[in-house]
Ligand binder design. Structure first.
Ligand code: SF4
Length: 286
């Protein structure tokens, strides 16, 4: 359905209201932790926080890139916070987490792209929460992929994610600081170096992409042995962000799910509200 200025009925959600939501809000707030849930205006925040899950945003809330689909602030970030590993470990403990997704802003200003901070956070969390499983959703480390991958060796997670976000023809308008081939390269290098680690990516629909380009992107991901894919509806997070061109019907997401399985993905989540970290703990903590 083309965007006519009205949200289609399948994208309406109730406001959150339960004690678990309040607890999540309290723990995150009292420790001074940033989340992508809040910084990206994620539509799933109510449901996720009610279910005591949240995705931690490390390395600050200022990004060195300026992607047009994203509401995270752009500018000159502060140096990494040395107390961040301790804070995230405390959050995992206070929320009794079994599975934690950690992501970050792009840090092109750091020589290791922020990999050192990812490794520090995972190491500290493991010390304090030995049974915790991790999913990392990392930037493309475009100037330092090999260095970042070797730093992350000591912190390789259960799932290693990096999102291509959209199809290559839309990169100039949606992800001008990114490079599609560099993103694929990162997933390929991680899978070749750590064959036991599950790799994952995500793509948003509704930005005006062509079906044939989405199919090609799914094939490209399979060609670098990407195991998992999350497919969701792009929703405009701020008035300055790119407009939604199309609201994809739920049935079409079901079609994409089957298509992705047919192309060989081992795990697929595809629905209007799918985000790379949405329900990431499901099927991973049994
Ligand atoms: S889908 Fe991810 S980013 Fe969105 S609220 Fe849930 S955990 Fe946070």
């Amino acid at each position: 359905m083309k965007n006519n200025g009205k949200l289609p009925p399948w994208l309406k959600r109730r406001l959150p209201a339960n004690d678990a939501y309040d607890h999540t809000h309290h723990v995150i707030g009292s420790l001074g932790i940033e989340t992508i849930c809040t910084n990206a205006n994620c539509p799933n925040k109510g449901l996720c926080w009610e279910a005591s899950t949240a995705t931690v945003l490390i390395l600050g809330n200022i990004c060195t890139r300026n992607c047009k689909f994203c509401s995270v602030a752009h500018g000159k970030p502060a140096p990494p916070d040395p107390t961040e590993p301790k804070k995230v470990a405390a959050m995992a403990k206070q929320m009794s987490l079994k599975y934690l997704v950690i992501t970050s802003v792009d840090r092109d200003d750091l020589q290791n792209g922020g990999a050192e901070q990812f490794a520090g956070v995972v190491t500290k969390c493991r010390e304090e929460n030995p049974n915790l499983k991790f999913e990392l959703l990392v930037p493309d480390f475009k100037n330092c992929q090999d260095k970042a991958i070797s730093i992350l060796a000591k912190a390789m997670p259960f799932v290693f994610g990096h999102n291509i976000e959209t199809v290559p023809p839309l990169y100039p308008i949606a992800r001008p600081g990114g490079d599609y081939k560099i993103s694929l390269k990162l997933l390929e290098k991680v899978k070749s170096a750590y064959t036991d680690v599950t790799t994952k990516s995500s793509i948003m629909l509704g930005l005006g992409e062509k079906e044939k380009d989405v199919i090609q992107s799914l094939k490209d991901l399979r060609n670098v042995n990407c195991d998992r894919i999350a497919i969701g509806q792009y929703l405009r997070p701020t008035k300055q962000s790119l407009e939604v061109i199309e609201y994809i019907e739920p049935e079409k997401f079901d079609w994409w799910k089957q298509k992705a399985y047919d192309l060989g993905f081992k795990w697929v989540m595809s629905s209007p509200f799918t985000r790379s970290s949405y329900n990431a703990h499901l099927q991973n903590t049994e």
